[in-house]
Design a protein around this ligand. Structure first.
Ligand SMILES: [Fe+2]
Ligand SMILES: [Fe+2]
Length: 252
């Protein structure tokens, strides 16, 4: 586990504040942590889908991607359908065809399709845990975290895509760090689940980062450092909101 976390901890410019861990291990905050985690898994799948629809695949493949995510989105946004029916829906049956003239290759498509599959599986696993703990889904507001990074994304290509991939890498890396930190403080069932997520989230972080460097025309080190500073500020500064990716809680 330490081997897995070493590059993540180097990549992130600050550690999760201990005040966040204190709040997150408080049983009264378990519902918000799990519900927000659930939404994060869906958002991770959605943003990966958005990237390949916008940049990489043809129209028909894009439609198949929309169809694929629909039952998951319907469950959350319309509160329709039985969550148990989603168990076998994390597979994509159509093969993805690249857009003609796209400069972004098969590698982006392949990595993102695997990532979406895994995020949808995690989504289902969080639903299972919520069911076991008797926690009901309810809609919650998103925290400032992702928006706080995305507002710095460039408006022209390919820099916009590169920036979005770097932001993706930070979200994955931070999630991984928090799951690892939280695991020893929660009950065994949940702790084991968090540990089981580390491997895929660590790979997602690396995939995003590799894609960013592949697609960029220049060295991305400076841009990575820039987003690292923005990210660290969002994590370390006081935050009135308490969510999975929130900052240092002001009222624990
Ligand atoms: Fe995930
Ligand atoms: Fe992930």
């Amino acid at each position: 586990m330490d081997k897995l976390l070493e590059p993540i901890n180097q990549f992130l410019q600050c550690e999760t504040p201990s005040s966040w861990i204190e709040a997150a291990k408080d049983p009264k905050n378990l519902p918000v942590i799990l519900i927000d985690h659930l939404i994060c898994e869906l958002k991770a799948a959605q943003s990966a889908m958005f990237l390949i629809r916008k940049y990489a695949v043809d129209k028909e493949s894009g439609d198949a991607l929309l169809e694929w995510l629909k039952p998951f989105e319907t469950l959350i946004y319309k509160r329709e359908g039985n969550w148990r029916d989603l168990a076998d829906k994390n597979k994509l049956t159509k093969s993805m065809i690249p857009k003609s003239n796209t400069p972004y290759g098969q590698d982006l498509i392949d990595k993102m399709v695997i990532l979406i599959k895994e995020e949808l599986h995690h989504f289902y696993q969080v639903l299972e845990i919520m069911d076991e703990y008797g926690i009901e889904y309810q809609s919650i507001t998103p925290c400032r975290y992702a928006k706080g990074m995305l507002r710095n994304v460039k408006t022209y290509e390919p820099d916009a895509l590169v920036d979005k991939l770097i932001v993706g890498a930070y979200i994955e890396a931070r999630s991984c760090e928090r799951f690892a930190k939280l695991a020893p403080h929660v009950d065994k069932r949940l702790g084991d689940f968090y540990v089981s997520l580390l491997r895929s989230e660590a790979r997602h972080y690396q995939d995003y980062l590799k894609l960013a460097q592949e697609i960029s025309e220049c060295d991305i080190t400076e841009r990575v450092t820039f987003f690292g500073e923005v990210e660290a500020e969002l994590i370390a500064s006081p935050d009135e909101d308490f969510k999975f990716h929130s900052g240092a809680p002001t009222h624990p």
